[in-house]
Design a binder for this molecule. Structure first.
Ligand code: BGC
Length: 417
């Protein structure tokens, strides 16, 4: 990850020269879950660019934020012996599918285009299986963000974005007193898990996060720090409106756009929604990291399933090369709300929140406070993530005590391992 700090001008040149080395054209059927306004705009850029390289794009969107429905659909397609050519997939999921022998590698393109020199090493290793690239990353999303409507904050007398959980709770109380929903939220397991992991980082710090949600250490999962994290999650539960159950994340984002709610805690794909609504991040919508030091990393990538036929294989090569081209990484991420995965793409055209994301990412790398998202499939196998999410959602929707939650969390993780 260290190379993200470098200004890789030579690598930028190399990317430009070799980008044309991949075979043009081909056909791809792309399975993804980018169906909200901002997401659709971003994937539309990918389709457009693919077609302009002479390719044929078959769109297979599976609605459902966070991708859980898409992953179920993918499994069914593979079991039926009919995998899509390209699939939005990430983190340990890439390794799991590669281990099953389901993926084609795109190492020829990666070597010709020198991906190793333009990707943060930590990200590059997620994209590789047995030393070969089997996935291409499009972006770096940050999960630990608070988004706020400045007019709502003003109305409630909240003068600044909160920097501690105590400040957040106090600001939320002020919003409530002013008749504004403090926290826009959609009650779906992955959204509950998003709040949870941001709180775990904020309450316990990066080392604790890693112990609990990456290393799955039983003492960390069941101990006092986890109890304190559930206490804060319980506070957040008190700030959401009664109709939160099952609400899509982008509808919660729209509540902040309209000023009906003050805050949303959500990754910066929410910024894609604000942008699609014509709002200027940093001006019409405020952003701040959730309290605590660190950076919760989420990165979208595409994998290339084992399909037959020269046209399909050409499509995979074309798509891999396109995804990693500097121009595409810029255009796509300007719409998606994320920042480029490549380290050499200039951020001049990006907004203040994206620039803050990049600066905090660099700082988190330097202080060892960069942690992978559990909720967004960057940290643990799907089976473990499923158990954690079930427990977190059960806590969110009941009066379970924090002590019981921590104890049950440790037991659920042990069961899944
Ligand atoms: C993905 C984002 C997506 C979000 C909501 C996350 O897991 O990484 O690209 O926008 O889910 O669907």
């Amino acid at each position: 990850m260290v190379s993200i700090i470098k200004t890789l001008t030579t690598a930028a040149l190399a990317g430009g020269i070799f980008a044309s080395a991949a075979q043009a054209g081909g056909t791809v059927e792309v399975l993804h879950w980018w169906t909200s306004g901002g997401e659709a705009k971003a994937v539309g850029e990918l389709k457009k660019a693919f077609e302009s390289r002479g390719g044929t794009w078959i769109d297979s969107p599976i609605a459902g934020g966070g991708g859980d429905a898409a992953m179920t659909a993918l499994r069914a397609r593979v079991v039926a012996g009919n995998p899509p050519t390209a699939v939005q997939l990430k983190g340990p999921g890439i390794q799991e599918w590669a281990l099953e022998g389901a993926l084609n590698d795109v190492d020829g393109v990666a070597t010709a285009e020198n991906w190793d020199s333009v990707l943060p090493p930590a990200l590059a290793s997620i994209m590789k299986f047995e030393g070969k690239y089997v996935a291409a990353p499009v972006n770096i999303h940050r999960v630990d963000w608070i988004w706020a409507n400045p007019d709502a904050l003003k109305k409630a007398g909240v003068e600044a974005m909160p920097t501690t959980w105590a400040e957040f709770n106090a600001a939320a109380e002020k919003l409530r007193a002013a008749g504004i929903i403090p926290l826009a939220h959609g009650g779906q397991p992955w959204q509950d898990a998003t709040l949870f992991e941001d709180v775990v980082l904020g309450v316990g710090g990066a080392d604790f996060y890693r112990k609990a949600l990456v290393e799955l250490d039983q003492a960390a999962l069941s101990g006092d720090m986890m109890v304190a994290s559930f206490d804060q999650l319980r506070m957040l539960r008190g700030f959401v409106d009664p109709n939160f159950s099952g609400r899509d994340w982008n509808l919660a984002t729209a509540m902040v756009s309209r000023g009906e709610a003050g805050f949303q805690i959500m990754g910066d794909w929410a910024k894609g929604e604000f942008l699609a609504a014509g709002l200027v991040p940093g001006v019409d919508i405020l952003c701040a990291p959730t309290p605590g030091d660190g950076f919760v990393l989420n990165s979208d990538s595409f994998t290339f399933f084992k399909v037959a036929g020269a046209d399909n294989l050409a499509g995979q090569q074309t798509l891999a090369s396109l995804i990693m081209s500097p121009d595409f990484q810029s255009v796509f991420n300007l719409a998606k709300g994320s920042i480029p995965a490549r380290t050499d793409v200039p951020l001049d055209d990006f907004d203040a929140c994206a620039k803050l994301s990049h600066a905090d990412l660099v700082a988190a790398v330097a202080s060892n406070a960069l942690v992978p998202s559990m909720a967004h499939e960057m940290a643990v196998p799907r089976s473990v993530r499923g158990e954690i999410m079930d427990l977190v959602t059960a806590f969110f929707n009941s009066d379970m005590s924090s002590q019981d939650a921590a104890k049950q969390l440790a037991a659920a993780v042990a069961r899944a391992q």
